[in-house]
Design a protein around this ligand. Structure first.
Ligand SMILES: *[C@@H]1O[C@H](CO)[C@@H](O)[C@H](O)[C@H]1NC(C)=O
Ligand SMILES: *[C@@H]1O[C@H](CO)[C@@H](O)[C@H](O)[C@H]1NC(C)=O
Ligand SMILES: *[C@@H]1O[C@H](CO)[C@@H](O)[C@H](O)[C@H]1NC(C)=O
Ligand SMILES: *[C@@H]1O[C@H](CO)[C@@H](O)[C@H](O)[C@H]1NC(C)=O
Ligand SMILES: *[C@@H]1O[C@H](CO)[C@@H](O)[C@H](O)[C@H]1NC(C)=O
Ligand SMILES: *[C@@H]1O[C@H](CO)[C@@H](O)[C@H](O)[C@H]1NC(C)=O
Ligand SMILES: *[C@@H]1O[C@H](CO)[C@@H](O)[C@H](O)[C@H]1NC(C)=O
Length: 466
């Protein structure tokens, strides 16, 4: 701890010529113990070249022209003449522990070096990255934020840049912005609160974890597809679907797997090629990069040799865009099930734990997150003002947010959440035609149990060729 090095090291003596003032001086380390130099003489106002004291065979200065950068001020100049308390210990402190000069430590997502910041003063000099867990914002009360923040271990130490790279997923704005929206009759008398998970229960697929892979584009797409297939087949086709199929096989035209992709291209892929089930083609989550890239969908059997189901491929119809209007979006969800939305991601979003999320001024990233919107509601803030929200499902696991869900300010297109709402219908005909289950494929009328009710499904009749 004691860094008081005896004043042995005469580092160098140089001749300095500045403004006609000739001065021979010695540089001494700032860790030199302060003695009585200026205090044994006197401090000189203005410039006084004779205002010196002997030190280590040379002189040091006590006039206000002494130069702290060149270390020609006497060691006690600041404490005696400027009334500035010197820090005589050459070290930096971090959480009660002292570190030597030159030591590099990590403070959250920044690296800090213990450096000489001015004569007699060492301090940390840190990089200035935006961190996912912003300690200052984290300390703000939920009254200030309007929602509760949490310190997630998986996001601690991470920069916003890495957070976007590893956990978000749409590199560019989706082209679907220009897709025309469908005109539908609006449902009137919608309830003030609605959650698809209550209405359709097990047909709404659970929140998953994309882990360190920017694959929200794939997760939200296959999960909306799975929800819609379940709802429209009345519980016949409820399989969880495979984001890995998209990550590995939908790779051309700028689709970059764990480095991001476009939701519109993902939908287009499922419409054309279909999508396999999660069990059949399980998620690698960017852990095995080789397996990540190789498309295994063209085999007769499942890529997962242990799969208990046969290879099932399900299809959807072309994507449609729902108008950027609260009532239209609500009506769509209420009648037909979850929709997909994309939003810009601010740094503070990573800390969201509960409440109605609103961006608080933290840095906002370029890339977008794709999520499922499953419902809406409203509550009151601390001042009793009404707050409308969407219920959205993220793909950051169930430990994040409200069991994997978050509530987002509704009706303001906050962060673009209402600007790009996409949905699809199940392509029942193609999905059933290729379904390997005899029971499902061949029977015209199928009785199955879902949620303890018998659901009768009529197999769609083949349509006549025009
Ligand atoms: C202080 O000394 C440094 C290093 O010798 C020199 O670069 C700088 O110009 C000096 N500043 C003044 C005000 O003399
Ligand atoms: C660090 O970055 C923030 C935001 O980008 C900026 O306001 C601040 O001035 C920077 N601080 C330093 C020491 O560069
Ligand atoms: C945050 O709060 C903790 C405990 O209340 C406190 O020790 C810490 O200094 C605060 N940090 C900031 C940056 O305000
Ligand atoms: C956040 O969590 C990490 C790891 O769990 C911990 O090291 C860190 O001190 C925490 N930060 C705050 C501000 O609580
Ligand atoms: C943060 O980074 C430091 C240094 O790399 C490491 O020792 C520590 O375990 C990390 N903490 C978390 C929570 O990842
Ligand atoms: C969308 O349409 C606008 C104007 O209608 C046009 O400027 C823009 O380039 C289009 N974007 C794409 C991706 O096609
Ligand atoms: C299949 O199961 C066997 C035995 O349980 C196991 O060793 C193997 O790793 C599994 N393979 C896959 C691809 O999960």
């Amino acid at each position: 701890m004691s860094m008081l090095i005896p004043p042995l090291i005469l580092m160098l003596a140089i001749l300095s010529c500045k403004g006609g003032r000739y001065r021979r001086f010695i540089e001494w380390g700032p860790d030199l113990a302060p003695g009585s130099f200026c205090s044994s003489r006197q401090c000189c106002p203005g410039r006084d070249d004779s205002c010196t004291v002997e030190i280590l065979g040379s002189v040091c200065y006590c006039d206000v022209f002494c130069n702290r950068t060149a270390n020609d001020c006497c060691p006690d100049y600041y404490v005696t003449c400027q009334d500035v308390a010197p820090v005589t210990i050459a070290s930096c402190r971090f959480y009660g522990k002292d570190y030597d000069p030159g030591i590099v430590i990590r403070d959250n997502c920044n690296l800090c070096t213990c450096s000489l910041v001015q004569l007699f003063r060492y301090d940390w000099v840190c990089s200035n990255n935006t961190c996912l867990i912003d300690v200052q914002r984290f300390n703000q009360t939920s009254e200030t934020l309007g929602w509760q923040a949490a310190n997630y271990t998986r996001f601690w130490n991470k920069t916003f840049t890495d957070g976007i790279k590893e956990h978000v997923g749409i590199a560019t704005e989706s082209k679907a912005q220009n897709m025309s929206s469908v005109q539908r009759k609006l449902q009137s008398d919608l309830p003030t609160f609605f959650d698809s998970r209550n209405k359709w229960t097990s047909w709404i697929h659970p929140v998953r974890d994309q882990r360190n892979c920017a694959s929200s584009w794939a997760f939200s797409t296959v999960d909306v597809a799975a929800d819609r297939l379940s709802i429209e087949s009345r519980g016949l086709l409820t399989n969880q679907l495979s984001p890995q199929h998209l990550l590995s096989c939908n790779r051309r035209r700028g689709q970059r797997g764990c480095e991001g992709g476009s939701v519109e291209k993902a939908w287009w892929f499922i419409k054309r090629k279909g999508i396999m089930t999660e069990e059949c083609y399980p998620y690698y989550g960017g852990n095995t990069t080789a397996a990540d890239q190789k498309c295994l969908a063209n085999m007769e059997t499942c890529p997962n040799a242990n799969s208990s189901t046969a290879k099932i491929v399900l299809y959807v119809t072309p994507t449609y865009r729902v108008g950027e209007n609260e009532e239209e979006i609500k009506s769509e969800i209420y009648k037909r099930g979850p929709v997909q939305a994309t939003m810009r991601v601010p740094a503070d979003f990573f800390m969201y734990q509960s409440g109605v999320y609103r961006h608080t001024g933290a840095e906002v990233g370029q890339s977008e997150l794709a999520v499922r919107v499953v419902g809406w509601g409203e509550d009151a803030d601390e001042n009793g003002r009404k707050r409308k929200y969407w219920i959205c499902l993220n793909s950051w696991g169930t430990k994040w947010g409200e069991k994997g869900a978050f509530r987002m300010v509704r009706g303001e297109n906050h962060l673009g959440i209402e600007g790009n709402i996409l949905a699809v219908h199940a392509d029942m005909k193609r999905s059933l035609a290729t379904h390997p289950s005899e029971g499902i494929r061949d029977e015209g009328l199928i009785n199955i149990y879902t949620n303890k009710q018998i659901v009768v499904i009529k197999r769609p009749r083949p349509t006549a060729q025009p």
